[in-house]
Design a protein around this ligand. Structure first.
Ligand SMILES: Cc1cc2nc3c(=O)[nH]c(=O)nc-3n(C[C@H](O)[C@H](O)[C@H](O)COP(=O)(O)O)c2cc1C
Length: 215
């Protein structure tokens, strides 16, 4: 399905508003690295995360995602050197958040990592919390929605939901690293996936050398 593109899409370097959700799937290092890269490249970022994401962040990265969004905003803004107003963090029930409405949809929305539960809710259009409502908004407003789902193996229900979403124009981008570029560390593996996400939203990245690119 052809997507309506905003004028800023024609200039990949122009700053955009990117919404980002962390949910409770394994793969929190992808989400956090993506956040860091979006801030470093000057994008405006709206962040929301689920309760399960807080558990997974602690488990995988020893990272405490504060329950208070303001606290989280301060923490990441300081850690990643965000400029004033560049990063906004919202609670998952904050219906006053801009991405809750089609009048203020972000240019793109990435759910990374994305659980099978959140993916199913987006496919069903439940819009029960800000994470799934933002997906609903982005879809109806013809903006780019990228899901980074992590589970293995995948059941027929997972696959059916992904097919349904793909047919609705959603980019299903599983965090499947390639090994042909000979990664030397976990960070290299993470960066491979994050680079693919940044490519999808047209944010310049230098994390991974492109295939066929000279040294
Ligand atoms: C350490 C940990 C790892 C998990 N990994 C996954 C996963 O890779 N994929 C998945 O779909 N759910 C995973 N789950 C289960 C989800 O967190 C759980 O289904 C939760 O209800 C999802 O809620 P959310 O979609 O609102 O974040 C994991 C849970 C924990 C605690």
């Amino acid at each position: 399905m052809a997507k309506t593109r905003k004028s800023s899409d024609s200039n990949p370097a122009a700053a955009r508003t990117i919404a980002l959700a962390f949910t409770g799937a394994s793969g929190m290092p992808y989400g956090v690295r993506l956040l860091q890269q979006l801030i470093a490249s000057g994008q405006r970022v709206w962040l929301v995360y689920s309760q399960a994401a807080q558990i997974v962040a602690k488990q995988e990265m020893d990272l405490v995602l504060p329950t208070q969004p303001r606290e989280c905003q301060r923490m990441f803004a300081k850690q990643f050197g965000a400029s004033e107003g560049q990063l906004s963090v919202y609670g998952r029930d904050d219906w006053n958040a801009p991405m809750a409405s089609g009048t203020h949809a972000p240019d793109a929305y990435v759910v990374c990592p994305c659980t099978m539960g959140t993916l199913a809710e987006i496919a069903a259009g439940t819009a029960r919390d800000l994470i799934t409502r933002a997906a609903d908004v982005v879809l109806k407003e013809n903006r780019k929605l990228i899901l980074v789902p992590r589970e293995t193996p995948l059941s027929a229900i997972h696959l059916e939901n992904m097919l349904k979403l793909s047919r609705a124009g959603v980019v299903i981008l599983p965090p499947n690293p390639g090994f042909y570029y000979q990664p030397e560390s976990v960070q290299d593996v993470v960066d491979f996936v994050v680079a693919r996400i940044l490519d999808q939203i047209g944010v310049p990245q230098q994390l991974i050398k492109r295939w066929g690119e000279e040294d």
